[in-house]
Ligand binder design. Structure first.
Ligand code: HEC
Ligand code: HEC
Length: 321
């Protein structure tokens, strides 16, 4: 009897439509199947690491410290509020760890620099209230964001919002159209090229990868940006959807500003990570992101196919911020 129940439960789990993700644009979530990856090279954990032209030195552990990650370029930014530089033990990791001290962020998390203060605060409330989930139920760092937002005080949220919204958003991602990309593996939700020069077709994906893998993965260099490989023709197709009257969506400029650099509390979308943008469009369409202001985006996303989203993101990422 128990065995039958267990078998039934197993079958429900396997075939439950909520648990299959056939339609999800996995590339935007940094998921690749099969998920094989090369062996990591051995390294000395106590070695002091440097960046060219910088006289600071940190160990690997210091660079990825949850409560005091490396700040390679203190001269780049205003003095960080404690919550950004150190988080708050035990529940809130330093924002600077994932988003970098300059708010540039990485494709598997988000850029946070240059957003309207009000938008930033609203999003922290949405994470706190469970209105920003991910279509990838295993996306750990989205869950972390929810936990931080729950543990933070209003003052801490405001301090982080003041700090990051005072920055300007500047170019960080270069979009390149191509038919083939270096053979990739994923690690921590990010794509990296395999050693060697093997290639693979890009398919219906945008592959966002560090310009310098070592600088990003090991050193967390907040000056080392990203390259986003996109299918040939995607930018032009995206431009049509974003800027022309179509039956598929609503022109983005109406709310995000003619140059897509934001308007009032509506965030800028020019020059931001295309993987992040597609995750948001898809998560909104699937009802996983459902904040106070998300209703305004529903007519925009409801009829989009995954390919439309890809084209839109290739275009918005290619815009000068
Ligand atoms: C462990 C990594 C990590 C840390 C540390 C972290 N974040 Fe995030 N953050 C994320 C991820 C991942 C997302 C995007 C979630 C998604 O794509 O579903 C995000 C998104 C955000 C957004 C939404 C951006 C947008 O465009 O809407 C804000 C605001 C934000 N984080 C603020 C913070 C603040 C403030 C802190 C420090 C208290 C912080 N984050 C610490 C991983 C992190
Ligand atoms: C009617 C107004 C309106 C239009 C038109 C609109 N947006 Fe938005 N958009 C918003 C608002 C408001 C938000 C904030 C939503 C929230 O808080 O969940 C937003 C959020 C977003 C986000 C998430 C930003 C982030 O940092 O997380 C993306 C991406 C986005 N919009 C893309 C687009 C694109 C692409 C178009 C055009 C195809 C578009 N929007 C058209 C109002 C609009």
């Amino acid at each position: 009897m128990q065995k039958t129940l267990l078998t039934a439960l197993f079958l429900v789990l396997i075939f439950n439509p909520c648990l299959t993700a056939a339609d999800r644009p996995d590339w935007a979530y940094g998921i690749q199947t099969p998920s094989t990856r090369p062996d990591a090279p051995k390294s000395d954990p106590d070695a002091l690491l440097h960046l060219p032209g910088n006289n600071l030195a940190f160990t690997r552990a210091q660079i990825s410290s949850r409560f005091a990650p490396s700040d390679w370029y203190p001269g780049d930014h205003l003095s960080m509020p404690a919550i950004v530089a150190n988080g708050q033990k035990p529940d809130v990791w330093a924002c600077a760890l994932c988003h970098y001290p300059n708010g540039k962020g990485r494709p598997e998390n988000a850029s946070v620099a240059g957003y309207p203060r009000q938008y930033f605060i609203q999003q922290m409330h949405e994470f706190r209230d469970g209105n920003r989930l991910s279509s990838d139920p295993n996306k750990a760092n989205t869950k972390y964001m929810m936990a931080y937002a729950k543990a933070m005080t209003d003052e801490q949220i405001e301090a982080a919002a003041n700090y990051f919204s005072a920055m300007k958003w500047t170019p960080w991602i270069k979009v390149v159209e191509t038919a083939t990309v270096p053979k990739m593996y994923t690690s921590g939700g990010m794509f990296f090229p395999w050693p060697g020069d093997q290639k693979e077709p890009i398919g219906n994906r945008i592959i966002e990868t560090p310009i310098n893998g070592e600088a990003t993965e090991v050193l967390r260099d907040p000056h080392s940006g990203f390259i986003a490989y996109a299918p040939i023709g995607s930018i032009e197709k995206g431009k049509k959807l974003v800027t022309e009257e179509t039956s598929k969506t609503v022109k983005c400029g109406v709310c995000h500003g003619a140059d897509l650099k934001g308007m009032g509390p509506v965030p800028g979308i020019a020059g931001r990570s295309p993987s992040y943008v597609v995750r948001q469009l898809f998560d909104m369409q699937q009802g996983k992101r459902k904040g106070l202001w998300t209703a305004l985006m529903m007519p925009v996303v409801s009829k989009l196919t995954n390919e439309d989203m890809l084209n839109i993101a290739a275009y918005t990422a290619s815009r000068e911020p």
